[in-house]
Ligand binder design. Structure first.
Ligand SMILES: Nc1ncnc2c1ncn2[C@@H]1O[C@H](COP(=O)(O)OP(=O)(O)OP(=O)(O)O)[C@@H](O)[C@H]1O
Ligand SMILES: [Mg+2]
Length: 242
């Protein structure tokens, strides 16, 4: 599904050049569930933004579902991003004062295949993440976990094969993080390729493979022995009052 080879990224800030990725090569197969870990500044978000077609590498090749992405222009990149990728962020990135179902409809506006029944699709994506009864709520009327579910519904609504999450549980408490991980595990079980960045070993152990970054390099890439199911942890956690 994803092949990157000798990927480099330089950021130019005036006279200063930051070499954020220094030769990343890896393969991620369709249906894999992967965690990316590493210290702050090691290049994780830079890498995810390239995988998510939000940014381009300075050097190296990147193939996504058979398409050589590094050669595409901005319009082609936007098209691929819309069809192939669902992106979830640490800070949810919802639009203020807009009801949940309209947040979720947004990616469909760029996809003529789904234009005519966009609202219906958006509402069913919200049901899929357990928020069927919150479709009219605005972000400030939802908890953090619910806002992240809206963002996941938005990432799913085009039915992309790849779901990316850059610290998707970074702003959530333990119970809510487990609920979100359960949702990612379900998506993985449905056959989607799921890649998340996390700082927490407990979160990474829900996936099947942990890739560790340091200083723009991969320093280890290992399978997870006995991945844990979020549902088993959820059963043991006390319910916290808001
Ligand atoms: N848009 C940008 N312009 C200039 N430098 C950048 C930019 N984005 C990231 N960097 C630099 O690139 C390096 C890698 O940053 P990146 O955000 O990928 O790290 P990270 O591993 O995601 O860290 P964190 O765990 O704190 O999120 C850092 O030195 C950072 O300062
Ligand atoms: Mg980051």
């Amino acid at each position: 599904m994803i092949t990157v080879s000798n990927l480099h990224k330089h950021y130019q800030m005036g006279d200063i050049s930051v070499h954020a990725l220094r030769g990343i090569s890896l393969d991620i197969k369709a249906g894999e569930f992967v965690a990316i870990m590493g210290p702050s500044g090691s290049g994780k978000s830079t890498f995810m933004n390239i995988l998510g077609c939000l940014d381009k590498p300075s050097e190296g090749s990147f193939t996504l579902d058979g398409v050589s992405v590094a050669e595409l222009d901005d319009d082609e990149l936007a098209f691929i991003r819309n069809r192939k990728i669902g992106f979830v962020f640490q800070t949810f990135n919802l639009i203020p004062r807009r009801p949940a179902y309209r947040q979720v409809m947004l990616p469909l506006m760029y996809n003529p295949d789904f234009n005519n029944n966009a609202e219906e699709r958006a509402r069913s994506a919200l049901e899929r993440v357990g928020l069927g009864n919150r479709a009219e709520h605005k972000p400030n009327e939802l908890s953090g976990g619910q806002q992240q579910r809206v963002a996941i519904a938005r990432a799913l609504v085009n039915n992309p094969p790849v779901i990316l999450g850059d610290e998707p549980t970074g702003n959530l408490d333990t119970r809510t993080s487990e609920e979100i991980m359960e949702l990612f595990q379900d998506l993985h079980a449905e056959g989607k390729t799921v890649i998340i960045v996390t700082h927490e070993e407990d979160i990474a152990r829900h996936t099947e493979r942990i890739i560790r970054f340091r200083d723009g390099h991969i320093i280890s890439d290992q399978p997870v022995e006995n991945p844990v199911a979020a549902s088993s942890i959820l059963a043991t956690l006390p319910v916290e009052e808001d």
